[in-house]
Design a binder for this molecule. Sequence first.
Ligand code: FCB
Length: 459
Amino acid sequence: MTSTAPAPLTVRFPPGFVFGAATAAYQIEGAVHADGRGPSIWDTFSHTPGKTHLGHTGDVAAEHFTRYREDVALMADLGLSAYRFSVAWSRVLPEGTGRVEQRGLDFYRRLVDELLGAGVEPWLTMYHWDLPQALQDRGGWTNRDTAHRFAEYADVLHGALGDRVTHWSTLNEPMCSALLGHMSGQHAPGHTDAVEASRATHHLLLAHGLGTRVLRERGATSLGLTLNFTPMTPATDSPADVDAARRCDGQQNRMFLLPAVTGAYPADVVADLAAAGAPLPVEDGDLETIAAPLDWLGVNYYFSSVVRETGEPTGKQSSFIGAGTIADLEPEGPTTTMGWGIDAPAFTSLLTWISSVAPGLPLVITENGSAWPDEVTPEGRVHDPERVQYLHDHLAAVSAAVDAGADVRGYFAWSLLDNYEWARGYDQRFGIVHVDYDTQVRTVKDSGRAYAEVIRAHR
Ligand code: FCB
């Protein structure tokens, strides 16, 4: 740990700006067998030998399922105005479709009531990667029917929580579900098949559109979709590198944003996928469904990438279709424990670019944060100057985008708690609150205190 004191944050956000923190069901809840929860693809994947760091699973995680009251109290202490969480589909519909598990719905109702009672606005994400295993057994996202099952789930969930949850988001990062799940195989279900990846991409977006339609019909007024963006820069200005950056940007960023906000896939991406033998399985009317009007777009940002066309197979399974010869350059400068570089200025340009593609659509930063090797001192403090600096620099980057005209309405720190970082397990700590996994004791880190200061200054 460096001892350099992080620069103070001097920027101010517009009145009404939402300051929150985010989590996801499988990363924090634990209690995977409680109250009739059905298995999800992440239970299966994390229990498959060799798939996750040291075989870590979300079986216990941060025990949020039983400790949610304590966690909501922490949010109130930090002064958060909002909390972004996800619902585990298989707690609500253990087989993904059909039979509703009332005890699962009751958990989320208790959580939401606790939040409302504490003055913390719930922002609900319907799907953060944990597909019911029963639907995976029928082909998962490669099966078009899964999109219709998602609409069914939307109907059930809004029926149960629509009276008390205002802010709804359909999907978190469909890029990861589709491409990390079906192309690089790093995430559940762990497949490496271009045709599957392309089908999953389209069916996830279709699910978003069908789910949005259901929520809208049921009266939802604050509806969003969360996408993850990685700005791509070519390593050199050679035509090959420039084209590599175009292809990566196409599948990472534009393939998800453009259909949702303009009703069309980018033509170059459609051509790339077709050339790779993995065309998008678009049917008549799908794009109109996918482009259902949104009230806000959720933007997740962590780092930027520099890419290079190597001209030969890299030997690493790419996340992108037909991109097996493209390599990522090692980031310059310090990296987080994830190995990710740090690039706050790219966040500003990203937000400006999204605003130009989707003019008039409010943006909400639904995730941003960094992992560091945190430890609790004997005095019970967690000094995480790098995370404080990252937080300040990225808030300043958002503020600069607002000054440049981007309509950004809120910021959710990733994450409220240290948690199960998917295939990377528990060694990656993203929380502004430390979790001791032996005792489940929560300790607010210096970054949590710094964030609370920022929020207090905006009261
Ligand atoms: C995002 C995920 C989130 C967390 C962060 C670090 O891609 O949405 O669950 O894993 O990365």
